[in-house]
Design a protein around this ligand. Structure first.
Ligand SMILES: CC(C)(COP(=O)(O)OP(=O)(O)OC[C@H]1O[C@@H](n2cnc3c(N)ncnc32)[C@H](O)[C@@H]1OP(=O)(O)O)[C@@H](O)C(=O)NCCC(=O)NCCS
Length: 239
């Protein structure tokens, strides 16, 4: 397993908000044990019947707690309690972190989490493993404009399809409603490349934007308010 942590900053005029992004890459079913889970989390875990869902849940909780501990190393993992709100969004129910925001994404081989010690800005993270077998599912949701963006060839179409899908999931997480609202509300209007990062805008959601990038076999997307500009994304630790 390999974990990486990045510092993210968002700027609006003179205001800056800082967040931590954690990424955990692993080889499949994770063997992390359950000792680091809170009692509430253990309850959620025990309700999952499928091993792969249990594994993704563990990986997501693990990297989310480690992202918290980058900023709050005094906290034991078990004391950080991340529960589900209605529609499944993650909420931190931990003394001292009552205003904090967490967002989680996971695939079979990777988990990502953002920790933000405030709740001023909605943020959402998504990670996707780039593989041909995802294409059939993604193609069903591609609009004509998105098809043109894919054809414009900034990136190979496989990568662009994953970024498009991941951007929609990240936006759904930032809004906390996911795909409880019609999928076409997440239609993408533009993708611009800047220094290896892709800035993605939506036709109907002008209040949000996404920054995305491809890292090896994975696409990573972060949704945040469009009026806030991302600063440099800096790697802060790798283990
Ligand atoms: C948000 C959504 C698009 C994510 O899709 P996904 O395939 O589960 O995506 P990922 O595997 O990358 O991410 C899963 C994580 O997203 C987070 N998440 C789930 N629903 C979320 C929501 N509505 N808003 C924000 N984050 C959400 C959770 O932390 C989840 O991980 P966990 O369950 O292990 O804590 C999808 O779950 C969705 O549309 N959810 C809302 C409706 C729904 O089906 N709810 C079911 C529970 S009531």
């Amino acid at each position: 397993m390999e974990k990486h942590f990045f510092s993210l900053s968002l700027h609006h005029g003179a205001a800056t908000e800082c967040m931590t992004l954690g990424i955990l890459e692993h080889r499949g079913l994770v063997e992390l044990g359950t000792d680091f889970l809170s009692l509430d989390e253990l309850g959620i875990y025990n309700n999952f019947k499928v091993d792969s869902r249990r594994s993704e849940f563990l990986a997501g909780r693990y990297i989310a707690k480690e992202a918290v501990r980058q900023e709050r190393p005094d906290l034991f993992p078990k004391s950080i309690n991340i529960v589900h709100g209605v529609w499944g969004f993650p909420l931190i129910h931990t003394p001292g972190l009552h205003r904090a925001t967490v967002s989680i994404g996971h695939t079979q081989r990777c988990a990502a989490a953002i920790f933000y010690s405030s709740n001023t800005l909605p943020v959402g993270v998504d990670v996707e493993e780039i593989k041909e077998s995802n294409l059939q599912a993604f193609k069903r949701f591609i609009s004509n404009t998105e098809q043109e963006l894919i054809a414009s060839g900034q990136l190979p179409s496989l990568e662009t399809m994953h970024l498009i899908w991941s951007a929609k999931e990240a936006a759904g997480k930032a809004l906390k409603v996911g795909f409880t609202i019609p999928e076409n509300l997440y239609a993408i209007s533009s993708i611009k490349c800047e220094e290896g990062f892709y800035l993605i805008s939506f036709e109907n959601l002008s209040m949000l934007k996404v920054i995305g990038w491809v890292d090896g076999d994975f696409s990573i997307c972060i949704a945040s308010p469009s009026t806030w500009k991302f600063g440099k994304i800096k790697e802060r630790a790798r283990a």
